[in-house]
Design a protein around this ligand. Structure first.
Ligand SMILES: Nc1ncnc2c1ncn2[C@@H]1O[C@H](COP(=O)(O)OP(=O)(O)OP(=O)(O)O)[C@@H](O)[C@H]1O
Ligand SMILES: [Mg+2]
Length: 431
């Protein structure tokens, strides 16, 4: 059951109590202003604590406009009387400073043994906290191929930022939100409810406006995992920098302005071996260094594959690391071994591919059929991947570019494409 701390605790500052009641009734600050006769600015100042103690008459008007029942009305008026004393007792916190988190925290657990990614973590923390013009939305994007560790990274960064966004750290995994015309309204409704709204407007536009109004007067971090594209994110971008949005996406969001976009590639070999060793534990990987390197390479230095490989060894304390290296040697059967519990590299790749359009799927198949090669654009003449196909696959993090201007499709992607290979979609059907 959601807890509106501001409504439930009469000893909370007046602004928090007021805001809790307003949101619980699904009212915007504008709605409350017109119902009470106070100005929007006066209400905003009360809610953010800039005005600690309202005039008693203003408090009565607000209680009336909110339609509070007897006890709730008495609590609000008591909070109004105590506002000034509370303000003197607790020194007002500067809005830009880090604060004790008090809002709702929906973040999944941090990955305690995260390896590497130190620089990008700092880059994202900086991007979401550095000074920006007050009217510019704070947005940062993490993109990468399947299983590259996007989710783990955004969750790590969000935990680091809890004190900078003390009014709440919200989290939605969009993989669970069906695509289609209701997607935006569903996502916005979910976020509004997390912020305490009970009466939601029907239309996505109104929900977006209400959500932006809420985010603009609070310090909230919204984390969206697995976004499909800009349309998932744009409605949340406020004309205010008090809140921030951190996104994990399969491809960069090119038409919205982000303070940082980070692309995750494979781990370094050293970090990959370290990840394997920390999952396996007990010094087993250190005891067989050559086999550990072989497993790291067979796993394409990909965090998901390494986590699965490590778990395979954990589940089989009687097997050696070299046994696993031997098992993973055959590229054709490798994907079959990279599944454990609810983790599966194949499932992760297929989820990634499901976001491609018909043009991209055709380009993907034609590149996959080239096999285990480095290729240049001239190798694609006459194939569906010619034209901007390669660029689109690059953007979708499904190709690896080389320094000499060629490309390569990693075998785990090729295998998944071949397994699903169906005849090319006729070009006429795409148009
Ligand atoms: N840097 C890392 N160090 C250690 N473990 C990691 C790291 N990055 C990711 N992992 C682990 O690898 C697995 C896959 O990571 P994650 O789910 O973040 O990848 P993803 O890119 O979001 O995958 P998907 O494509 O399925 O969304 C998880 O078990 C996660 O804990
Ligand atoms: Mg993910």
């Amino acid at each position: 059951m959601m807890r509106l701390h501001s409504v439930d605790t009469p000893e909370a500052p007046f602004g928090a109590v007021l805001r809790g009641h307003r949101i619980a009734r699904g009212m915007t600050q504008e709605d409350l202003a017109s119902a009470s006769g106070l100005s929007v600015r006066a209400i905003r100042n009360l809610e953010i604590g800039r005005t600690r103690q309202p005039h008693p008459q203003s408090a009565r008007l607000l209680a009336g406009a909110l339609g509070l029942a007897d006890q709730a009305c008495a609590d609000l008026l008591r909070a109004a009387r105590q506002g000034g004393r509370a303000a003197k007792a607790a020194a007002p916190a500067p809005r830009a400073a880090a604060d004790t988190p008090r809002g709702r925290c929906e973040l999944p657990a941090d990955v305690p043994d995260l390896v590497g990614r130190t620089e990008v973590t700092e880059q994202l923390v900086r991007a979401l906290t550095e000074r920006t013009p007050a009217s510019v939305a704070r947005l940062a994007v993490v993109t990468g191929g399947p299983g590259s560790g996007r989710t783990a990274l955004v969750v790590r960064v969000a935990h680091r930022l809890r004190r900078q966004f003390p009014d709440g750290q919200l989290h939605v995994d969009l993989r669970g939100v069906p695509s289609g015309p209701q997607r935006a309204a569903t996502l916005l409704g979910r976020l509004l409810r997390s912020l305490g709204s009970v009466a939601l407007p029907d239309s996505a536009d109104e929900r977006a406006a209400l959500l932006r109004a809420e985010l603009a007067v609070r310090r909230v971090l919204v984390v969206l995992d697995d976004v499909d594209g800009e349309s998932d994110v744009r409605p949340l971008l406020t004309g205010s920098s008090t809140s921030a949005v951190l996104v994990a996406a399969r491809r960069p969001l090119v038409t919205v302005k982000a303070a940082a976009t980070v692309r995750l590639g494979p781990l370094s070999e050293r970090a990959a071996v370290h990840l394997l060793a920390s999952v396996v534990g007990d010094g087993r990987a250190a005891a067989e260094p050559a086999a550990a390197v072989a497993v790291a390479r067979a796993c394409w230095r990909l965090p998901l594959a390494l986590r699965i490989a490590g778990s395979w060894l954990v589940a089989r304390p009687y097997r050696r690391v070299s046994d696993l290296a031997a098992l993973l040697r055959d590229e054709h059967s490798r994907l079959d071994h990279l599944t454990v519990g609810d983790l599966s590299l194949r499932a992760s790749v297929l989820a990634h591919l499901s976001g491609l359009d018909a043009t991209e799927r055709n380009a993907l198949r034609s590149v996959a059929r080239l096999g285990n090669v480095y290729f240049g654009l001239c190798d694609l003449v006459g194939l569906p991947a010619a034209g901007d196909g390669v660029e689109r696959l690059l953007l979708a993090n499904l190709l690896t570019p080389t320094p000499d201007g060629r490309y390569r499709m990693e075998s785990y992607i090729r295998s998944c494409v071949s397994e699903r290979d169906t005849p090319l979609v006729p070009v006429a059907a795409i148009r």
